[in-house]
Design a binder for this molecule. Structure first.
Ligand code: C2E
Ligand code: MG
Ligand code: MG
Ligand code: MG
Length: 290
């Protein structure tokens, strides 16, 4: 009977499963190659002061141009984490981001207090190598720590609060900033937020998206901003696509924003051309005049 079961198990492993396993294995191999050959790279999206329309910084987002299309980070970041490739990917992003900002800063393309934000996944934060990676990315690019922002998510804080908090304090000692990403989507308790050592919280796009058509979203955003301000944190709203959202957000006291309205993530060279033209600033100055 056991034999029969074994046979059945073999049949359960049908062609579509085999296909999935093969594609997963080849995805890992291709991802590894994309990181090694630096085909994987950072694109940059502006983060803007909602009141004045000036660019405060850029978020570096991993892009993997694979053939004619591109594989979304939503797909390859989890694979990188599971396959043990997130350290290499994170290192690449850290260096790419710092090198780009250092270059722009050196040539006066951006103001000297402009920052670059890099996403850091939970696995990277528990890796003892991270501190030295950050140090070397700063040293190689000639940037002070204050030019770099590390974005972490709520789940990072919840999993190992003590260990993570110590790590964050070590990073803060380098002068870097820590921002709490995708706020509102996780389950962070007030205690976790109370002990968050960073200075800024990013409201998840989900709430900004529905700002116009769900009264709830406005209530939630107002509460998040109030909570943040009471804790001495500043707020960045993600996913701004329409001027109407800017109006509501500024009325609620939100300091910064980012989204397709201001600019999509772009390769450094393309963004630099836009900046030289006053591109993203121009878009905004039109919006605030309204
Ligand atoms: P995130 O850190 O919250 O990044 C913001 C995401 O929102 C980006 O998606 C960005 O392209 C998208 N976005 C920005 N403005 C708008 C808008 O107005 N409308 C819409 N619909 N989307 C907007 P992306 O680049 O696909 O990245 C998705 C997630 O993947 C990121 O979310 C981040 O969690 C992760 N990720 C991306 N790059 C890295 C990386 O280098 N390392 C790590 N650990 N995670 C990364
Ligand atoms: Mg982010
Ligand atoms: Mg985010
Ligand atoms: Mg998000």
């Amino acid at each position: 009977d056991a034999k029969r079961k074994g046979g059945a198990r073999c049949e359960v492993f049908d062609p579509s499963m085999r296909q999935r396993l093969v594609s997963r294995v080849s995805l890992e191999a291709e991802l590894r190659e994309a990181i090694d050959t630096r085909r994987m790279r950072a694109f940059f999206q502006p983060i803007v002061d909602l009141g004045t329309g000036t660019i405060r910084g850029f978020e570096a987002l991993a892009r993997w141009p694979a053939g004619p299309s591109e594989v979304s980070p939503a797909r390859f970041i989890p694979v990188a984490e599971e396959a043990g490739l997130i350290g290499a990917l994170g290192r690449l992003m850290l260096h790419d981001a710092c090198r780009t900002l250092g270059d722009w800063r050196g040539r006066g393309v951006v103001e000297r207090d402009t920052t670059v934000s890099v996403n850091v996944s939970p696995r990277q934060l528990t890796d003892p190598a991270l501190i030295n990676e950050v140090r070397s990315a700063l040293a190689d690019s000639g940037l002070p720590g204050s030019s770099l922002v590390l974005e972490i998510t709520e789940s990072t804080l919840i999993e190992r609060p003590e260990q993570i908090r110590d790590k964050l304090h070590e990073l803060l000692a380098l002068g870097v900033h820590i921002h709490l990403d995708d706020f509102g989507t996780g389950y962070s308790s007030l205690t976790v937020l109370h002990h968050f050592p960073g200075n800024t919280l990013k409201i998840d796009r989900a709430f900004v998206d529905t700002l116009a058509n769900r009264e709830e979203s406005q209530v939630i955003i107002r509460s998040i901003i109030g909570l943040a301000h009471n804790l001495g944190l500043r707020v960045i709203a993600e996913g701004i696509e329409h001027p109407g959202q800017i109006e509501v957000l500024t009325t609620l006291g939100c300091e910064y924003g980012q989204g397709y309205y201001y600019g999509r993530p772009l390769p450094a060279a393309d963004l630099e051309l836009l900046l030289a033209d006053g591109g993203t600033r121009h878009v905004h100055s039109v919006a605030v005049r309204r």
